[in-house]
Design a protein around this ligand. Sequence first.
Ligand SMILES: Nc1ncnc2c1ncn2[C@@H]1O[C@H](COP(=O)(O)OP(=O)(O)OP(=O)(O)O)[C@@H](O)[C@H]1O
Ligand SMILES: [Mg+2]
Length: 269
Amino acid sequence: MADLYFAGVDVGSLSTDVSIIDHSGKVLSEIVIPTGVNGSEAAEEAFGSALNLADLTREGITAITATGYGRASVAFATGKTTEISCHGVGAHQLFPRTGTVIDIGGQDSKVIQIDSHGRMLDFTMNDKCAAGTGRFLEVMANRLELDLDELSSPLNIKGESAPISSTCTVFAESEVISLLAKNTPREEIVHGLQRSIVNRIWSMVTSIGVEGEVTLTGGVAHNKGLVALLEEKLGLTLNIPENPQTVGALGGAHIARRAYQSNLESPTN
Ligand SMILES: Nc1ncnc2c1ncn2[C@@H]1O[C@H](COP(=O)(O)OP(=O)(O)OP(=O)(O)O)[C@@H](O)[C@H]1O
Ligand SMILES: [Mg+2]
């Protein structure tokens, strides 16, 4: 089955991610760009860049799965699948012993249990507010005048952490403002914010339980300080993909490949 290629396109609230694989599952290219205001344009641009990188043409792609909250805007997709399924399959492909996936993206966070084939067994998610998400960190980075890399610092892991008691982003931002007014060191505030997200994730994890290895996906997996705190809280080492933002797109590409190879249609929704 030579010369068959499959793609996954994940239009998220903050990033649009594309993964292109061949018939054996080998990754040929991966792209992450900001979604901006137009998901359909972002999907076109990211797909075009991923094709260029893989030295392929659009006609050369056999099947394309769209996922993410903006999946309906991907006109060129041949199938659509939920993010939950895509993150499960993507995490399974990268770390086959994964039993639990934690995805912390821009606008929601999810904990997903998967079986030994990467199929979703159960999940819980927070999509009601920005608390416990990348957006929460971005609002606070802005307020602290730090860029995302500075906010992700693994420094001060064992150090003091400023108390951030509000889970609501708006109230937590007010707390940050008063901590700054009291000259609280910014690294203590960063530590407190990371801890606040970890506590949010922890309550989701305890409601669903942990099975097998735990793989962390989504852009917040780039935040080294938060990863260290989450590992400490869970008492285990997390699997961190090299490119955590493209795991959903990778899962989408594998779903397209599996559907084609078993001659079934991708699930649509
Ligand atoms: N280099 C980085 N360092 C630290 N954090 C980062 C970095 N890159 C991205 N992030 C975090 O990742 C978040 C975006 O994650 P991601 O791209 O997975 O979101 P998304 O898939 O668009 O959102 P959703 O799935 O909720 O629709 C940002 O809000 C930011 O907090
Ligand atoms: Mg996402």
